[in-house]
Design a protein around this ligand. Sequence first.
Ligand SMILES: Cc1ncc(COP(=O)(O)O)c(C=O)c1O
Length: 429
Amino acid sequence: MKTVAPKFVCHGCGAIVDSAQQLPFACPHADDSGDVDHLLVPENGGEFATGLEQDPFLRYRRLLSPYRLARSVGLSEDAWAEFNGRLDEALAAIEGRGFRITPMTQEPDLARAAGVGASLWVKDETNNVAGSHKARHLMGIMLYLRVLAAARLPAGEGLSRRRLAIASCGNAALAAAVVARAADWSLDVFIPADAPASVVQRLKDLGAAIEICRRYGGETGDPCVRAFRRAVQKGAIPFGVQGPDNGLAIEGGRTLAFEMADAWRAAGVVPAAVYVQVGGGALASAVAQGLAIAAAQGVIPDRPRLIAVQTAGCAPLARAWEKLAGVALPEAVRHRTRFMWPWEQTPASVAHGILDDETYDWWEIAKGLRETQGGTIVVDEDALARAHALAHTHTKIDVSATGSAGFAGLLSAPPENGNLAVIFSGAER
Ligand SMILES: Cc1ncc(COP(=O)(O)O)c(C=O)c1O
């Protein structure tokens, strides 16, 4: 059965991109002068899962635009299962695991230790591919590239000769390197001079080419992101986790929210709030979008309040959220730099994975905060350390300080209602 190829719509300028004809990476108007925030968002379509598949890219396939594209151009269910299955096998060969629905458990001991009553849901991403949720973003992009190639679509012309590129110093780079290796595709990684030696070694072992980007005094903005964007301008495929550079990245991350909504449906309960750590913002944007879709389809009756957590060392989203008070979001999307600009100080924190100079995906998060009556919390280093220690004492999850930063937000401002959720998004290294 053929359907229409999925379209992406820019949330800032309204540009429409047909994903069979044109790459839905950055908005085609992103470089125009002006102050519009551009991000390509897939048009909603497809029904929520009813199957029992354990691989999220199979189970939630109908909600993913690469799958809908595949079906719209005549590729079969089996073809999708094959692209996904081959990548899954290669991932398993590289590091012993492919994508499986990750556990979400109630953690009463942790809830008691945090003083928030008995019901605290913890979604555990520490055993996901490459040790964090990041690979979900990249799998979404890779599946799209596979569909383009298999169906020989116009958007895919010449793509196989282009290298993949990402800017990151940690989990995202590792995830990109694992997925790129599984797909046998060359990858350039732009990393800072202080990237941990163990990460650099693993990237090299996975065959990634590394470029070190130094930060010079007086400069604001991330030099790695600048170098990555230059590489993309010269023809690299944006294989990163910032939505404005690749709309598909956010879509892949939505699978995390779909899994959470599915688990709450099965339990017959929805938490009052979900606390999400925010760096570049792709994770919280994906969670906000995914839960909105689940609620719109009646999977959950209401959405939890979205609480975005940043560190005092770097809090550009919290700054933007304050400035957004009383401003209509459709107005704000046309005036990006009034709300979002690089953090002026060189960021530092034990939660180093959320030190992005800018919250690139700020607007979709702000929308989620508005729609759910949520807000932002800025945590100090003591709260981050306490959250990390409590997570290790009261759960069996080997989470990193970045991965438990959302929980630090909950500790800093514990609400009265004890039915809450956090995401332990990455493993200790
Ligand atoms: C473990 C972990 N959690 C959360 C984040 C934050 O995600 P985002 O940059 O999408 O806000 C990161 C980013 O590196 C991370 O490594």
